[in-house]
Design a binder for this molecule. Structure first.
Ligand code: EPU
Length: 427
């Protein structure tokens, strides 16, 4: 069993460089299938979910070559399978992007049926609605979801709910379909725009990404290209909150400040200062933290993935904050852990009422998912004394070199391997 050991209470100071965006990379990697050619992807984060995507590409027959730590050449000219191996698709929900990409190129795809997860139920009905509008049939066989449609035709899809995954999967399936596809009520996240830019560089004709309507004119063939993944908005936001929480002063480099605006706006209201540069932001705080009202919403609203981190920050603000979670059913699981650190938070359904306390106390903590885990790291960095965090596998799925990056900012944090308790070893 691995854990982070953190001796908190020191302001974070210095500079940190943000990695490529996880939620863009896990869609761009499957998208290389549509090129049927060689693509070079740069600024790919070195994280677990990317490793799973690369292993999946290799298992499907792609030639994957590491050019440097963050650059891959992926040749999808000759794929040998349209079925994602069960053990790989089960490791990562974003495996569903292989459905859209394989369907788009080969008219057929099979991926393990994604179940619920720590955030609550995660249906894919809107993904399937888009595939079906394009002319594909879906079925479930022995735990695998299969989509099939040999002659996909452009269609009009109005999504019932704004979904990042369904928007991007529909784009993947539609770029090689015959004729015009119009997607309405789509997600507008920076990674949706990144995928559109990448597809267009490979020869697709995708317009309107970043607005409510995306229009895709199907092309006959796509080709390889060289493309750089956008910076990770949530990793950047996590360091912004860590700087504000510890009353530090951190220059956060390799970011797109525009993508950070929903986070910047709330941090400034909470009492931090955010200075914007071309591709960096500096965050510092000298005064007290102020309470806030936050509701998570699809982009450009406040991102759900930042909600646990803001919950930690507001737990030590002067007054009462209210957070309403608008996307996931089960995103307040970090609150129990924070309560162990002395936080005063009442959760009722999708609403958390946070009465700020003067300080958080160190405690043994357990991460329940990726962002909850990151939030607990930030809480422990601020608490005077030593906290230990287990369940760090979740954190390492999405944050590259978190320990090293925090150490570079002066944090007292290290990773330790310990013998797992007998019950956990047996699982
Ligand atoms: N939804 C449906 N039907 C669908 C798809 C989604 O009802 O077919 C619902 C979901 O249940 C949820 C809402 O729509 O209530 C939004 O879900 P969305 O599809 O946008 O989420 P996702 O694509 O599965 C991505 C990120 C999540 C992030 C959400 C929201 C990836 C790999 N994951 O998930 O990231 O929280 O968008 O922004 O891109 C994380 O990085 O920690 C993370 C969980």
């Amino acid at each position: 069993m691995e854990k982070f050991v953190i001796r908190g209470g020191k302001p974070l100071m210095g500079e940190v460089t943000i990695s490529g965006a996880k939620n863009a990379a896990v869609a761009l990697l499957p998208a290389t299938i549509l090129a049927a050619d060689k693509c070079v992807l740069e600024n790919v984060p070195d994280i677990h979910d990317v490793a799973v995507s690369l292993q999946t590409l290799a298992a499907l027959g792609a030639q994957v070559r590491l050019l440097d730590k963050h650059t891959y050449e992926i040749d999808t000219t000759c794929l040998t399978s349209t079925q994602v191996p069960d053990d790989l698709s089960r490791q990562m929900r974003a495996s569903y992007y292989f459905l859209g990409a394989l369907l788009g190129r080969f008219g057929s795809a099979q991926v393990a049926m994604p179940g619920g997860c720590n955030l609550g139920p995660r249906p894919i009905d809107q993904h399937l609605k888009a595939f079906s509008a394009l002319g594909a049939a879906d079925s479930v066989e022995y735990g695998m979801i299969k989509v099939e449609g040999k002659q996909l035709k452009g269609a009009h899809v109005f999504f019932d709910t704004v979904s990042v995954g369904a928007t991007m999967n529909a784009m993947l399936a539609a770029v090689l379909a015959d004729g015009l596809t119009v997607l309405e009520n789509v997600a507008k996240e920076p990674h949706v725009v990144d995928l559109a830019n990448f597809l267009n560089m490979m020869g697709a004709d995708v317009r309107g990404a970043g607005t409510d309507v995306i229009k895709i004119r199907g092309v006959e063939k796509m080709h390889g290209c060289c493309y750089s993944v956008i910076p990770d908005q949530i990793e950047a936001g996590s360091f912004m909150v860590a700087a504000a929480m510890t009353a530090g002063n951190v220059l956060i480099k390799n970011v797109t400040p525009k993508h950070l605006e929903p986070i910047t706006a709330k941090l400034e209201l909470a009492g931090a200062t955010v200075e914007e540069f071309d591709d960096a932001v500096r965050v510092y705080r000298t005064g007290d933290l102020m309470p806030l009202k936050i509701k998570t919403m699809p982009h450009p609203g406040f991102p759900t993935d930042m909600q646990p981190l803001m919950g930690v920050l507001l737990s030590v603000a002067h007054g009462t904050s209210i957070i309403t979670e608008g996307i996931w059913e089960n995103r307040f699981r970090y609150v129990d852990e924070l309560t162990r650190m002395g936080a005063n938070i009442q959760v009722d359904g999708q609403v958390a009422v946070i009465e700020g306390v003067p300080e958080l106390l160190p405690a043994p903590l357990r991460a329940s998912d990726l962002r909850a885990g990151a939030a607990l790291v930030v809480a422990a960095l601020a608490a005077q004394g030593t906290s230990e965090i287990t369940g760090i596998g979740y954190i390492e799925r999405g944050y590259e070199n978190l320990v090293e990056k925090l150490q570079g900012l002066g944090a007292d944090i290290h990773r330790e391997e310990t013998a797992a308790p007998a019950a956990e070893q047996a699982m």
